[in-house]
Design a protein around this ligand. Structure first.
Ligand code: SF4
Length: 370
């Protein structure tokens, strides 16, 4: 293992002892029955690691099981339809993860004959795989020493050594990588990776860490100084901007709703959503003039509009801005014939939903409609 030559790191750490304490604790208390801990291979570890990014284990479990039932191996995923993949991802959020998963599967299946790279350097070449995820795959699937540094590990390490600085900051991150590498043992690679994740997820939790039963409490600096809640340091605050949109929710006389597929790049890329507009006037009828041409044509292909109503604005928060959404409900008294389903738009029946990837607020609005 690399030696700690970073002068900013504490030099009193007994590194074998840190890993040993963590591994002993894992033997008795670690999680060993998660679905991705059975039939371990690079594909299953990779999918689970991507799903677990920013997402709790309990949320991920049913998604992982359904995903594996539908795409049991990398070739099955590569040969699937992207809409089907996004559909199974609906509700997990951060959809770029699903699109990258799909792209990487196609690359592994066609260019690497279905075999995943076995090194961190090889794995980070694949779309959506960063250094920590690559290390998790190498250590768990191939049982080779590799250092992870996910959110859980950052929390443990910053508290254990009172590391100052927001972990998103490059300098702090470099210090944490050095420290994490110093601690990583040369043996029991799979168990150590899982143990560090478990320690952060079950004991060294964001609120109320359970220090009295923590295996590394003896030399934990934040525990000794009762300042656990100061670590990791928070991201420097910046006011989040707001963007306002109106979503046009058009229902035909059969109760189907007009949806269009979003472009691959940008928010909710590849998912189906309601057309959006930013109205120049508060007049609801004027708003229809800003609808996409194909929807305008559909609306005006019948005798009249039965009703237009506006619902209250609500907020959907992304990592870098708030989207303020005002739903506008347009009820038609006909079922447009001029619009047929295509790759880009569809009349979606909420009572008998077809398999489409839907953005979370769209799902919410559809259930409110029904
Ligand atoms: S002693 Fe407490 S703060 Fe320190 S690593 Fe353990 S759980 Fe986290």
């Amino acid at each position: 293992m690399p030696q700690n030559d970073n002068p900013t790191l504490p030099q009193k750490i007994s590194t074998p002892s840190f890993a040993q304490h963590v591994l002993h604790w894992f033997d008795d208390h670690g999680r060993k029955n998660l679905p991705w801990q059975h039939d371990i291979n690079a594909y299953r570890v990779w999918v689970s690691e991507i799903m677990l990014q920013q997402t709790q284990v309990t949320t991920v479990i049913p998604y992982f099981e359904t995903f594996m039932a539908n795409f049991p191996d990398v070739n099955a995923l590569a040969n699937a339809d992207i809409d089907e993949v996004l559909h199974l991802w609906t509700g997990l959020g951060y959809y770029a993860r699903a699109r990258n998963l799909y792209k990487a599967a196609q690359h592994v299946s066609t260019s690497l004959q279905g075999d995943f790279p076995t090194t961190v350097d090889g794995l980070v070449e694949l779309p959506g795989i960063g250094r920590s995820t690559a290390a998790a795959i190498v250590s768990i699937a191939f049982e080779q020493p590799a250092t992870i540094l996910d959110g859980n590990v950052k929390r443990v390490l910053t508290r254990h050594q009172c590391i100052e600085g927001w972990p998103g900051n490059t300098q702090t991150q470099n210090t944490l990588w050095d420290l994490a590498e110093t601690y990583t043992p040369n043996n029991r690679s799979r168990d150590y990776t899982q143990a560090m994740m478990d320690l952060g997820a079950t004991l060294c939790t964001r609120a109320k860490p359970q220090c009295t039963i923590c295996p590394v409490s003896a030399d934990c600096k934040s525990y000794a100084n009762n300042c656990q809640s100061d670590f990791p340091n928070k991201k420097p605050k910046k006011a989040m901007p707001k963007k306002h949109v109106h979503m046009l929710i058009t229902l035909n006389s059969e109760g189907s709703v007009y949806l269009e597929q979003r472009p691959d790049n940008g928010i909710w890329g590849g998912l189906y959503s309601f057309p959006e507009c930013t109205p120049a006037s508060a007049n609801l009828n004027d708003m229809l003039d800003t609808a996409p041409p194909v929807l305008r044509q559909a609306i005006h292909s019948g005798p009249s509009i039965q009703e237009i109503e506006q619902w209250s604005e609500f907020k959907h928060t992304f990592s870098h801005y708030h989207l303020m959404i005002t739903p506008v409900i347009i009820r038609l008294n006909h079922s447009p014939l001029t619009v047929s389903d295509s790759d880009q738009h569809t009349w979606f029946n909420p009572s008998a939903p077809s398999k489409l990837g839907l953005a979370a607020p769209v799902k919410k609005l559809l259930s409110k409609l029904t």
